[in-house]
Ligand binder design. Sequence first.
Ligand SMILES: Cc1cc2nc3c(=O)[nH]c(=O)nc-3n(C[C@H](O)[C@H](O)[C@H](O)COP(=O)(O)OP(=O)(O)OC[C@H]3O[C@@H](n4cnc5c(N)ncnc54)[C@H](O)[C@@H]3O)c2cc1C
Length: 510
Amino acid sequence: MDKNYALLEATLAEKIDASRIITDEPRRLAYGTDASFYRLIPRIVLRLKSLDEVIFATASCRELSIPFTYRAAGTSLSGQAVSDSVLITLTDDWRAHEILDNGDKIHLLPGVIGADANRYLAPFQRKIGPDPASINTCKIGGIAANNASGMCCGTAQNSYHTVEHMTVLFADGTLLDTADDKSISAFKSSRPDLVEGLVNLHHQIQSDPALADRIRHKYRLKNTTGYALNALLDFDEPIEIIKHLMIGSEGTLGFIANITYNTVIEHPHKASTLVVFPDANTASLAVTTLASLPVAAVEMMDGRALKSVAEKPGMPSFIRKCTLENTALLIEVRATQSEELSSHIDQVTQALQGFAISEFVPFTEDPGIVATLWGIRKGLFPAVGAVRETGTTVIIEDVAFPIEKLAEGVEALHALFDKYGYREAIIFGHALEGNLHFVFTQGFDSQGEIERYGAFMDDVAELVAVRFGGSLKAEHGTGRNMAPYVELEWGRDGYALMQAIKKLFDPEAC
Ligand SMILES: Cc1cc2nc3c(=O)[nH]c(=O)nc-3n(C[C@H](O)[C@H](O)[C@H](O)COP(=O)(O)OP(=O)(O)OC[C@H]3O[C@@H](n4cnc5c(N)ncnc54)[C@H](O)[C@@H]3O)c2cc1C
């Protein structure tokens, strides 16, 4: 294999500038991590500046049967942007954009940072739908390939639901621009195997009501475990199926060379309130009520999470008095007009009057107070990092429960933290979608710690995917982290379908 890497390096040097073929040890080490806890040292890192270079590099790898992994900003949390083979990254030449239809659409190259896309759209009071908390750093290629989402986008405004067009480079070197009829017809004649194969899979699901129901259930929740099987149910036209399967495919079905998004409205009027409930059960019941009201975001924080930030400067004083049983909801409403905002505030305030409330900060538009309230939520992940023991890493998991089982889910996760001694573990997340993140610290320097983590994750998988019928990854992508549990979550038939998809897109890899 060493010989193959040497051969590959020589081949690449024929067309790619040597300064962008990285093989020295210090830089390979530096490229060996994404934002997850995995470290894989790539043999070669490429910094590619054009689609021609990507076509050439991937064809060269394929000829020598050398695997490669794409990376955009490398902020993935599940280990999907690391490689011990060839790591393909992009130079700053991939940051172009074009505003279309007065801001209703935006055409983006995969190297555009998410927040930059929103900056371009701001004059039109529009933004891209996906809103990961990492938007100031992460890039469009990674946002689309992970189907990333966040506090407000829910399932309705993620990349799957807002993609208009894309250009894809497939494993065999064929290209498809879904906005171009000529490209579509050339693609259909060059890849009849893929086109017909996907249509067959579409029919296969339609004649299997149990699997079709499971797929519908999974995507009523947030779900990024494995491939987007809903694409085979939602569409019968093969180009639409391909476009939507690419979303969330984590670089394993092809390279996204550009994408056009339908944008969403950026509301000018916003107000937030923080409400602390006596326990998770009351908070979860409030979430089910809020789900039918005009709320933009409902972030849940358990008592352990509130305690983790209680001593931070600027926190409301009552946070210090919160117990481990308390559970808070941080609620945001948004509107185009201030009258509309007032009406949203009234509706939410009225609905919450039926619930026992321990403490609250009333709805406010004051930017200082709003920033403090959201500072509580944004400080949670770093707060666990700040108390970790030297040599441990911070892990964030990303599950989704059916919303009606949210309280039970929180309780069951707390029981698992206690069982495995994760005393520092906290829970927070996007309550409207039942999407909970839990953060804990973990060492990997002894067999005992590795086994503790393994047994804990086995129990988490059983709890979330089997007992509650939830998602093991709601928005962070499957990655190496959840790959061992995809079959557990989706069942043998769902998993076989994903294998069939991979085989159609990339026959040589199977
Ligand atoms: C502090 C923090 C907060 C976060 N918050 C959120 C959150 O709120 N919501 C959320 O969903 N995620 C969140 N994430 C995870 C991550 O930031 C997002 O999933 C993000 O969209 C990844 O983008 P990236 O540019 O870093 O992609 P990368 O990590 O570089 O890549 C992601 C995946 O896309 C593939 N890929 C990259 N470019 C291409 C391409 N052009 N074609 C095909 N495949 C490609 C890669 O192979 C990889 O599998 C967070 C991460 C951190 C560190």
